[in-house]
Design a protein around this ligand. Sequence first.
Ligand code: G
Ligand code: G
Ligand code: NA
Ligand code: MN
Length: 254
Amino acid sequence: QALELALREALEQKQLQLHYQPQVRLGDSRLYGVEALARWHHPQLGDVSPARFVPLAEECGLVMELGHWALHEACRQLAEWRRRGLAIPAVSVNLSPKNFHHLGLPRLIADILRQHGLSPTDLTLEMTESVLMDGSPETLSTISALHEQGVRLSIDDFGTGYSSLGYLHRLPVDELKLDKRFVHDLDNDEAARALTHAIIRIGESLHLTVVAEGVESETQRCFLAKSGCQVAQGYLFARPMPVEALERWMTTTL
Ligand code: G
Ligand code: G
Ligand code: NA
Ligand code: MN
C-alpha cells in the first residue's frame, strides 16, 4: 500500500521519466525508431524498476494514468526533437493489456497526435501477445480503430506467449519483436537459431517488420542480418538512455 500511494504521487508529481533505446536498421545501420521505457526515481526509495511498478499499476487501477502519461510524454518529446531538427523516425510506447480494452484509446491517441502535430505513423504501440489472445470485442474494436487511424501496432516479446499463431493474420499488426531470450541463446542453442529463423520467415510472409530485442553481440547481429531480420535493438547499439544521452548518442554514433 505504501508503494501504491507513492506511485500515485509519482504520477501526479512527475517523478516518472521516459528513457529511450534506439532501434537500428540492420541493412544500412540507420535509425528505425526509439522505444520509450518508463523509469521511476523515488526521492527516498531510489530507483524502482518498471518490472515492479508496472504490475503494481495494473493491480491498483493506475494503469490508465500510466499509459496516458507515457503516450503524452513520448509524443511531446518526439515533437520537440522534430522541432529541433533531430531525425527520429518514430517512437514506440509500451501499453498494458487493459489500455487496449479501453474504447476511448483511439480517440485519446488521435487527440495527443493532433496536439503535437504528429502523424499516426510516428507512433508504434507495443502490446504483449496476451492482448491479442484476450479476444474481447472491446480489444478487437480498439485495435482495428488504431490500425485504421494509421498507428503502428507491435507485438512485444513475440514467441514467448501463448503459441496460437492464428491471430497474426486476423489482426492488423505491423511489427513483431523477437523476444530477447531467443537472441540471448543464438550463440549456443541450435533450437534458438531455428526458431529465430522461423519467426523471421513468418514476419516476411505476413509483411511484418521483425525487430530483434536484446542484441548484445556482433555474432548475434550477424546471424540476425543474414537471416533477414530488418531491425535490432540492444546493448550492442545502446542502452535505454535519458533524453540528453540519446541526443549525444545520435550525434556521435549515427
Ligand atoms: O526497461 P526494463 O527492461 O527495465 O523494463 C521492464 C519491463 O517493464 C518490460 O517488460 C517493459 O516492457 C516494461 N515497461 C517499461 N516501460 C513501460 C511502460 O511505460 N508501460 C508499460 N506498460 N510497461 C513498461
Ligand atoms: O518487455 P520489453 O521488451 O519492453 O522490455 C525491454 C527490456 O529489455 C527493458 O527493460 C530494457 O532495459 C531491456 N533491454 C534492452 N536491451 C537489452 C539488452 O541488450 N540485453 C538485455 N539483457 N536487456 C535489454
Ligand atoms: Na517493449
Ligand atoms: Mn520485449
